[in-house]
Ligand binder design. Structure first.
Ligand code: ADP
Length: 683
């Protein structure tokens, strides 16, 4: 067997860790690269060697071809694995590897070039007779003249598009001209290529894709299908294998089409052929991704093939050892992408500091991630925290397992989509496979409402009592009993009442509660009075590893909570169905920094424009002295691959601009300040 000696991994996060794992299993040494901002990531420690190649900027780090190639040479690597994203589909990078005699672990540049441009890919797929969504390609004039050949709705797409960006749906003639121009402009600014084309927009399709593997000897196989219809903003969040929609006959036809595409392009690595499937089970080629795909674990768990290992072996010059007839799908796997984002706020990315990170643990659960403890989720990278994957005998059991795993996944301090994903698992349409790529558009409001209703139905006494008991955490001894509490309790005996505050992040409001506590006896019975109501509480246990706190409420209810502290006296309590943010007002919150105090005196909220999250300023549309209207877009901040328009809160004149394009900002500073509003004079 031909093998590399040492591989450089030109990526970060979970996929870097994943690749190192396969390299280790083959006895190949690994070299990690990292940005200074990633110093705490698992991939840095896990690799045999790791080198910091820059601070934060992508062009300075994970996208810097020269630095990466030089490092590979210097460290004696004979191959580079690009992972996904970054340089994975960049022919320039492949050529740079070739020039130095370093093997790029991925496909040949011809197939990469062809499939990297959606117009070229369409023309090619058409030429080999594989079904394709009806469309028109050509210059702006041709698109304008010929779009009527395609019935509405029509989708305008960027030739170089990716990541669900650069697409626009058009439903009438009057919108067409503007939409073509806007999409082309957007494509130029995002992908450096303004070429666009149009396609029939298929209503409520499914996204079903096939995994392929090819080698340098003309062998191409497929490893079956993945259902990827659950998407938000055209990006997948739940994937499963096998697709519950595909029957054996359809699987055979789609698999043959996928292999045919692989063979016709001399495909020699791991790749994915994406299809749209309409309600009559017609399938249409959508695009091919010439790299390892985020959702590859569901294929691995159902075929028992390590795709990254195969990728490495093929790149080293070995013939594929697996034959199509030897492959079969066993059981059912589901992957949920855990994102730092707020589904209740249009899935806005939510970077920031975690205060608790506890992973579920069970058989047949796989978690691919770049972190292993509570950490800061950075705004300049993708908001994916991890991929949670489960495997079971069948879809029904896999859904139950995933629901339980999501319940056991504890992340505090930032918003995540965990409860959103969990709700999907028990959503009737999902359970009965009545889904399409519109699932999230159609059901998010209902899902969010259910989540909020559940939170509202949790008695607030539970988080308050839990947070109170948590304050004694240092006094719980190893055996879990609360003997030592008595040395801590003195202070409380004298305190008459204490105020707790519950925060509602979405409404930016808080509610205050007055609590008095009495300790009834030395067996640990507390009597709480919250506002006018009394509660008997017995502490049961606190696990310092998982921050799990258990107690009995009114002698009968066994309550389990997970608690973490954000700042002194302020933190999060997770009950069965919700996470509460809470503070004890007798403890000074140490989170208010001098900067915030200064900021708060700069001007009222109405005068200053702040970013809702940390990110990079990519555009400033205003100048000092300029008169702006309420709603004007003043600044665009990019965070986690999403653009956020910051708008003028009122009509006014710009007094100061505190940032410039390219600056990293966070939510604490005023980016733009409007002049103080003068009293209207009556004269
Ligand atoms: P990207 O390369 O940006 O990921 P894709 O072409 O793979 O873009 O499409 C992403 C998603 O957009 C698909 O999974 C599907 O939900 C939707 N989509 C793309 N083309 C169409 C179409 N013609 N009709 C309906 N939905 C589409």
């Amino acid at each position: 067997m031909k093998l590399f000696k040492k591989i450089l991994i030109a990526n970060r996060g979970e996929i870097a860790v994943r690749i190192i794992k396969s390299a280790k299993s083959l006895g190949i040494r690994s070299v990690a690269i990292y940005a200074n901002a990633d110093i705490d990531s698992i991939h840095v420690n896990y690799a045999d060697e790791a080198y910091c190649i820059g601070d934060v900027e992508l062009n300075d780090t994970y996208l810097n071809i020269d630095k990466i190639i030089n490092l590979a040479e210097r460290t004696g690597c004979d191959a580079i694995h690009p992972g996904y994203g970054f340089l994975a589909e960049n022919p320039k990078f492949v050529n740079a590897c070739d020039q130095k005699g370093i093997v790029f672990i991925g496909p040949n540049t011809e197939s990469m070039d062809l499939m990297g441009n959606k117009i070229k890919a369409r023309n090619f797929i058409k030429s080999i007779g594989i079904p394709l969504v009806e469309g028109v390609t050509g210059d702006a004039e041709k698109l304008m003249n010929e779009y009527k050949k395609i019935p509405f709705p029509i989708l305008i797409k960027a030739a170089a598009g990716g990541g669900g960006k650069g697409m626009r749906i058009v439903r009438s003639d009057s919108e067409m001209k503007d939409a073509l121009e806007a999409t082309s402009r957007e494509a130029k600014s995002y992908f450096g290529d303004g070429d666009i084309f149009i396609e029939k927009y298929i209503e409520n399709p499914r996204h079903i894709e096939f995994q392929v593997l090819g080698d340098n000897y003309g062998n191409v196989i497929h490893l079956f299908d993945r259902e990827c219809s659950i998407q938000r903003r055209y990006q997948k969040i739940i994937e499963e294998a096998p697709s519950p929609t595909v029957d054996p006959e359809l699987r055979k036809r789609m698999g043959e089409a996928a292999v045919r595409i692989g063979k016709e392009t001399n495909y020699n690595s791991a790749g994915t052929i994406e299809f749209l499937v309409d309600s009559d089970k017609n399938f249409f080629f959508l695009e091919m991704n010439t790299r390892i795909q985020v959702e590859h674990p569901v294929t691995e768990m159902t075929t028992n093939i390590d795709l990254v290992r195969e990728q490495i072996l093929v790149a080293a010059g070995n013939e594929l050892s697996i034959k199509q007839e030897d492959l079969k799908q066993t059981g059912h796997a589901i992957e949920c992408r855990i994102y730092a984002e707020d589904p209740a706020n249009n899935f806005l990315p939510s970077p920031g500091k975690m205060s608790l990170y506890v992973e579920p643990q069970d058989e047949d659960i796989r978690i691919d991630t770049g972190i292993n403890k509570d950490t800061v989720i950075k705004s300049f990278y993708d908001p994916m925290i991890s991929k949670l994957v489960v495997h079971s005998e069948n879809r029904e059991k896999a859904i139950v397992k995933m629901e339980k795993a999501l319940t056991d996944y504890k992340i505090h301090g930032i918003s995540t989509n965990i409860s959103y994903l969990k709700k999907i698992m028990s959503f009737e349409e999902y359970e009965t496979n009545n889904i399409s790529t519109h699932f999230c558009d159609d059901h998010t409001d209902d899902i969010i409402k259910e989540i909020k209703d559940e939170k509202n139905s949790t008695p607030i006494s539970i988080p308050i009592i839990a947070f109170f008991l948590y304050s004694f955490k240092d006094s719980y001894n190893r055996n879990g009993d609360n003997k030592d509490i008595w040395s801590y309790i003195g202070y409380w005996r004298n305190a008459r009442t204490i105020k707790f505050e519950l925060f509602d992040k979405h409404n930016e409001t808080s509610e205050e509660f007055e609590i008095s506590v009495e300790v009834q006896n030395e067996s640990g019975l507390f009597e709480f009075q919250i506002n006018d109501k009394k509660y008997d509480v017995i502490y049961k246990s606190f696990d310092k590893k998982t921050n799990k706190l258990e107690f009995y409420l009114d002698n009968q209810h066994h309550i389990t909570t997970y608690i973490s502290e954000k700042n002194m006296g302020r933190g999060f309590v997770e009950t069965e169905n919700a996470i509460f943010e809470i503070s004890r007002n007798d403890i000074l919150d140490d989170s208010i920094t001098l900067k915030e105090i200064e900021e708060s005196s700069v001007g009222s909220k109405e005068n200053s424009i702040k970013s809702p999250m940390p990110g990079t300023v990519i555009k400033i549309n205003a100048e000092v002295g300029q008169q702006v209207e309420k709603g004007d877009i003043l600044i665009v901040v990019e965070a986690m691959k999403m653009e956020n328009n910051l708008i003028a809160p009122r009509n006014g004149v710009i007094e100061t601009i505190n940032v410039k394009t390219g600056d990293q900002v966070d939510g604490s500073i005023s980016l733009i300040i409007l002049e103080e509003q003068k009293e209207e004079s009556n004269e």
